[in-house]
Ligand binder design. Structure first.
Ligand SMILES: Nc1ncnc2c1ncn2[C@@H]1O[C@H](COP(=O)(O)OP(=O)(O)O)[C@@H](O)[C@H]1O
Ligand SMILES: [Mg+2]
Length: 370
């Protein structure tokens, strides 16, 4: 099922609460996509250092890096798989945005050097959710890749990510900076007499505190930043369109824990309410449930005792009995999640690995469950 998803979709967003395995699954999905012959890119957010190294992302950069093709070809047995990985670098992303949308080099420099821009950009760049959306937009519109896999930031609620563009617009819209910017802009165009009374007061106070520089910074900033603010709104709408396309799919990752299963259920309801397509769920770190009928059990124990002795057999039986309730609990999570899904939505089970998954080999062995 996951394989057909990779073939059908162009954009896959991997969501779920913190620590459930989103980054790992996003990387594994991208590798699998590449193994299927697709030119693939994965945008990772805060990957574990060893995983970043495995993906070739050891130097901090948000430029796409190609994952060692020879190594991948050896692992997958496919010729020349093209898989790229990149990491989200929030501050750099924002500066790039300015460079891209500023009408001229001069204005770009003016903005980047402007004190208010620096304040504003720190505020915006602080929002990984927002920046991930900007990168998503960039990747989805540049048409360089057959498949784009987006890892999502570790927000408290997975859904925060989707609402990031609107929140950012609201934050800018309501911030005092905006309040000040509007009249400053008018002033820049038609002189101070057009200042609204309230804003004029605020500006005067700021002026007294900070000196003339502040006022000048603002009007300069506003005039050059105007187009960017408009662009924010426009892009948020475009992102929303991209997210609702048929070519886009959401994959929800849940760990076998009460909190993350509930979060996954909540998230899937919210997706439906927002009209966004949930393709399926990956239940991660599952303890396998071994079903052994009680008569088999006795026979198994006799057989085992003949080989390893009764003492070790008793220890193993004890271990099995302790393990079973955990496996049963995981199986109940599986049933619960399955119950909420439609026929078309997949539920993929990934077992708990013996150790963390930080290498290409580890990711590869994970893809065998897809
Ligand atoms: N099935 C699994 N078995 C064992 N370790 C896992 C499994 N899935 C993920 N991990 C490990 O759990 C840790 C958290 O995974 P990560 O993908 O970084 O989560 P997230 O991105 O959701 O915060 C990583 O060290 C990863 O290697
Ligand atoms: Mg992560």
């Amino acid at each position: 099922m996951l394989e057909s998803l990779l073939k059908e979709k162009r954009l896959i967003l991997v969501c779920g609460s913190g620590g459930v395995g989103k980054t790992t699954m996003a990387a594994a999905l991208a590798l699998k996509g590449a193994a299927l012959g697709l030119k693939t890119i994965v945008l990772t957010i805060d990957p574990a250092k060893r995983l970043a190294t495995s993906l070739g992302l050891d130097r901090l950069s948000d430029e796409p890096k190609r994952i060692n093709a020879k190594k991948l070809a050896d692992l997958f047995g496919t010729p020349d798989p093209a898989c790229f990985a990149m990491m989200l670098d929030t501050k750099h992303t924002f500066d790039q945005l300015v460079a891209k949308y500023a009408p001229s080099k001069e204005i770009e420099q003016k903005i980047l050097n402007n004190k208010i821009y620096r304040h504003l950009s720190d505020m915006i760049a602080g929002s990984q959710e927002y920046m991930a959306m900007e990168k998503l937009y960039e990747l989805a519109t540049e048409e360089k890749y057959d498949l784009i896999v987006i890892d999502t930031p570790p927000t408290t609620h997975a859904i925060d990510f989707l609402e990031a563009p609107q929140k950012m617009i609201d934050a800018i819209g309501h911030s005092m900076i905006h309040l000040l910017l509007k009249p400053a802009m008018l002033a820049g165009k038609s002189g101070l007499k057009l200042f609204e009374k309230g804003s004029q007061m605020i500006l005067k106070i700021f002026d007294r505190i900070t000196g003339f520089a502040f006022l000048q910074d603002i009007s300069e900033m506003l005039i050059s930043f105007q187009e960017l603010l408009g662009g924010f709104q426009g892009r948020a709408e475009d992102v929303r369109k991209i997210l609702t396309q048929d070519e886009t799919g959401f994959v929800l990752v849940s760990a076998c824990e009460e909190k993350s299963v509930r979060e996954a259920q909540f998230f899937s309801e919210r997706l439906a309410a927002l009209g966004l397509p949930l393709s399926g769920v990956i239940l991660n770190r599952v303890h396998p449930l071994y079903r052994i009928a009680s008569d088999d059990r006795e026979e198994n124990q006799r057989e085992l005792a003949a080989r390893v002795g009764t003492k070790l057999t008793a220890k193993m039986a004890d271990c099995f009995d302790r393990f079973e309730p955990i496996a049963r609990r995981d199986d109940n999570y599986r049933k619960e999640l399955k119950h909420d899904l439609t026929e078309k939505q997949f539920l993929t089970i990934i077992p708990l690995f013996e150790s963390d998954i930080h290498s290409l080999e580890g990711l590869f062995s994970l893809t065998e469950y897809f």
